[in-house]
Design a protein around this ligand. Structure first.
Ligand code: URA
Length: 306
């Protein structure tokens, strides 16, 4: 119960940080919240629900646009599109550059990806050096990313860039990709504007994952960093953990490569305390060591002040 509430609170904070002012909450979640509130007031024991929905804090909460009179009709849960299986593709032999160029062409011309991108917006493929020692993997493009066609260029991306610089690297010196190649859709407001983001469904992630795997195979980094639960689920396998805390800050394996799971930068945007920054920083210190990067005493001491 407590874990579900934490996940739900987390998701609400995430949406708030993204400017979402209204959410529609499923009847299941409302019932769960009622039980918790009543238990806290001591009016009724907190009976556990028959089965805690795995999605308690995530997909059950749907961001809706604001302001709202007209939006009310649009606040139904996000549609879960039926997707075909990921299309098989073969990359040509050749240099990394040739193979990545071929992959980009395939992704940018994928009709299914194009179908999910709104008019004027872009499909997003990873960026960075193909010789990167470190590859960061995020969740999905957001508002800024689908405009620019580049991952991590919005507020979370600016923080990621600072984190990379803190490691003594340049953004161009690593590779940055996402599980998803399009921004997961929500109902739009007037003028076709989408407010807020949602986490991708397993079906959506499964569709895009072969493209991320191909990028990983081409770049062949020494170390992979999964940013947040969605990236970790995509790389480690759906259902391999219940809470990010189970896997964060630990070395995992992705097809023989060391994989560090850490928080998504948007988590730090929501809770910009030194304590949280230090947690993510400690994960990145381990990544630096594993990638053979020099670590100065100054870097070791970042965010130690509570
Ligand atoms: N968050 C992500 O996970 N990826 C992006 O590209 C931007 C924000």
């Amino acid at each position: 119960m407590h874990a579900a509430l934490t996940i739900l609170t987390d998701e609400l904070r995430r949406l708030k940080a993204q400017g979402v002012k209204n959410v529609s909450i499923s009847p299941d979640s409302v019932a769960t919240l009622r039980r918790v509130v009543q238990a806290r007031k001591g009016t009724q024991p907190a009976a556990a629900p028959a089965a805690e929905p795995a999605s308690a804090g995530r997909l059950a909460v749907t961001a809706v646009r604001e302001p709202a009179p007209a939006a009310k009709a649009e606040s139904a849960p996000a549609p879960e599109p039926k997707l075909p299986p990921p299309p098989p593709f073969t990359l040509p032999e050749g240099t990394k550059e040739e193979r990545m160029a071929a992959l980009r062409t395939i992704v940018l011309n994928d009709p299914e990806c194009a179908k999910h991108v709104r008019p004027g917006k872009k499909i997003v493929v990873g960026v960075g050096t193909l010789d990167a020692k470190i590859m960061f993997v995020g969740e999905a493009p957001g508002a800024e990313e689908e405009v620019q066609g580049e991952p991590f260029v919005g507020p979370a991306g600016q923080l990621l860039t600072k984190m990379i610089q803190g490691m003594g690297l340049k953004r161009e010196g690593v590779y940055i990709g996402n599980i998803m190649n399009w921004r997961p859709e929500l109902p739009v407001g007037a003028g076709g504007v989408q407010y807020g983001n949602r986490a991708p469904t397993v079906e959506e992630m499964s569709y895009c994952l072969p493209y991320l795997r191909a990028q990983l195979a081409i770049v062949n980094p020494d170390v992979i960093v999964a940013l947040g639960a969605t990236a970790a689920q995509g790389l480690l396998g759906f259902g391999t953990f219940k809470t990010l805390g189970e896997v964060r800050g630990r070395w995992k394996d992705f097809e023989g490569k060391p994989l560090m799971v850490t928080y998504h930068p948007s988590y730090i945007l929501r809770e910009p305390t030194n304590k949280k920054k230090r947690m993510i920083w400690e994960d990145l210190l381990m990544v630096m060591e594993r990638a053979g990067l020099p670590v100065s005493e100054k870097q070791r001491g970042y965010f130690l002040d509570k």
